[in-house]
Write a protein that binds this ligand. Sequence first.
Ligand SMILES: *[C@@H]1O[C@H](CO)[C@@H](O)[C@H](O)[C@H]1NC(C)=O
Ligand SMILES: *[C@@H]1O[C@H](CO)[C@@H](O)[C@H](O)[C@H]1NC(C)=O
Ligand SMILES: *[C@@H]1O[C@H](CO)[C@@H](O)[C@H](O)[C@H]1NC(C)=O
Length: 401
Amino acid sequence: MAFKAFCLGLLCALFAFCIYTPIPSNIEEYWKVTAIDISAKTGTFMAMCLETIGIIKYEKFISMILRLDYTQPVSDEYVTVMDTEFVGIPVRLYLPKSKSETPRRAVIYIHGGVFCLGSFKFRALDALNRWTAKKLDAVVVGVDYRLAPQYKFPVPYEDCFTVVKYFLQDEILTKYGVDPTRICIAGDSSGANLAAGIIQQVQNDLEFKHKVKIQALIYPSLQILDLYLPSHQENEHGIILTKDLALKLTSLYFTEDETFPQAMRRNEHMPLESRHLFKFVNWSTLLPEKFRKDYVYTEPILGRYNYSLPGLMDIRVSPLLANDSWLQNLPRTYILTCQYDLVRDDGLMYVSRLQNVGVPVTHEHIENGIHAALSLIASPLYLQLGLRMRDMYISWLDKNL
Ligand SMILES: *[C@@H]1O[C@H](CO)[C@@H](O)[C@H](O)[C@H]1NC(C)=O
Ligand SMILES: *[C@@H]1O[C@H](CO)[C@@H](O)[C@H](O)[C@H]1NC(C)=O
Ligand SMILES: *[C@@H]1O[C@H](CO)[C@@H](O)[C@H](O)[C@H]1NC(C)=O
């Protein structure tokens, strides 16, 4: 058995080596990134093999590997760390230990993982949230929402929404010594997708007495209507997050129908009734020239399949679908985008849309940046790029929260 596993591993490594596409030469820590990329691609290929021969589902295998990286809630000199639940949803709280005369700032952080993977327990995320609490003297809440494919849309969204709604109540803010006028919601990748959708709801819903002061979206994914943006074309075989991986996992947020990711790959997954929504994600008008380059805008093919999947046309899945009057009420925003990132153009289009309606936006674009680098900040697997992103995020929070 062990020998067979070894052979399979070897075969996968060999395969990964063969399909390996060289990474751009301006990537810093070139060999480290190459090694991480090869490991990621080997892991996903192995997962694909295991699923094909019927041993274990793709996403189960990957999450089994990632689970090895989970941490316990460990308090330190500065911060009390504890795992608890808000309305039955697991959260990890980081509470600064020092005495404070005035109520504190707070950050609710929603992790990424293409809706299927991830946890606040990851070493890198635990480090990030702990660092945030310490550097900003802020209360930090990490959220472990339920994941696809077991829990499809809208469950992950609603879990996060429930946590935010619970936290924004007067008695809860008072309990944790939080200033209701200084709250941030932040997230990375699909976590930023959830964060952006929830913030739109909170800011526009009269039911919420307390609003969010700022939002921070790190390489966010913000729409699923058009999957043939320039960044999708440039980064199809991108570092860590390839188009295959992204489509496979994203499709599981909606359905386990295996034709769906294939339809997404051909950009033929949207129904006829979605035609009027494409103006909100029209990259030929929303992307800055520098990113449009010579790409030619082609309209997706609509109505080839009649998927009746809840969520396909929902703003809680694609926050870019919000209209201008809805967007106007959004708070000051931080958006970080990376050049070598499949979902780069989602972030860039949101920057344009928010700026068009007068929302103050700080946009930082990292020319040699890669998706998921913020999850690479805990040794031994850390990148200088990840640490720099962390510092950019924290320093923006410190100035604006
Ligand atoms: C997108 O914008 C281009 C012009 O830049 C226009 O020709 C096209 O009709 C638009 N498509 C949609 C669906 O809005
Ligand atoms: C999709 O629905 C439309 C009308 O509801 C129908 O005309 C068309 O044949 C359907 N397409 C498929 C592939 O089932
Ligand atoms: C904007 O979108 C919101 C939420 O989807 C909707 O309630 C509102 O009526 C829309 N406003 C306009 C002017 O279309």
